[in-house]
Write a protein that binds this ligand. Structure first.
Ligand code: ADP
Ligand code: MG
Length: 209
């Protein structure tokens, strides 16, 4: 089954040039799918269209075979989490565990459940020992894993990561990619990894260019 299906998707920022030009692809449920393309090829625009941050001009987006509309965008955002390139733009709290709790708090999850979700999410990204730290004291790779934990704590079925390693050193990159692979293999989360590093597509079930 397809988790996400995109058919003939087109979008323009200025009404003249298409940033996304008649794009079609599918992401199978439970898969580790990568999207690779050079700078300016429309990858981030696609990510934003998928979660309804931008509105498509034409074409269709289906999540679990349900067409994305203005009415169901919030249901779809419950299913799909997103991690962006710069972890500094995603971290909102001054203590790691509070930051990870932010998402589920906004979803109205009960506080006892939030505690468990935060502990589980930090364990999954191997950052439990840092739960009382200030995010400002962490390395780029550690911050990005905290951002991933924040998304995980919302228990999405699918996570889109838009060049999550672009700002990291090689060690941070490896830790983040290992974490992403683990989410797919052990937690069964559908992964859409957007990247411009060829080596990050190596173990993917599908590579979309
Ligand atoms: P990628 O993520 O693959 O680098 P983007 O989706 O960011 O590509 O950009 C696709 C195209 O859309 C580029 O030509 C870029 O300059 C343009 N673009 C991106 N964001 C905006 C914006 N907010 N306003 C106008 N043009 C934009
Ligand atoms: Mg981009």
């Amino acid at each position: 089954m397809d988790k996400i299906r995109v058919e003939d998707l087109t979008f323009s920022y200025d009404g003249e040039r298409n940033a996304v030009n008649h794009v079609s692809f599918s992401v199978e449920d439970g898969s580790y799918t990568t999207i690779i393309g050079h700078n300016g090829s429309g990858k981030s625009t696609i990510a934003k269209l998928l979660i309804g941050l931008l509105e498509k001009e034409s074409g269709n987006i289906y999540v679990d075979d349900q067409a994305l509309t203005e009415e169901n965008i919030y249901d779809i955002r419950d299913k799909i989490g997103i991690v962006f390139q710069n972890p500094d733009n995603q971290i909102v709290a001054t203590v790691v565990e509070e930051d990870v709790a932010f998402g589920p708090e906004n979803l109205g999850v009960k506080s006892a459940d939030i505690k468990k979700r935060v502990a589980d999410a930090l364990k999954t990204v191997s950052m439990s020992a840092f739960r009382k730290y200030s995010p400002a004291k962490l390395s780029g790779g550690q911050k990005q894993r905290i951002a991933i934990a924040g998304v995980l704590a919302m228990q999405p079925e699918c996570i889109i990561l838009d060049e999550p390693t672009a700002m990291l050193d090689p060690e941070g990159r490896k830790d983040v990619i290992d974490t992403i692979k683990k989410l797919n293999k052990e937690n069964g989360i559908t992964i859409v990894l957007i990247t411009h590093y060829m080596d990050e597509t190596v173990d993917a079930d599908k590579v979309i260019v």
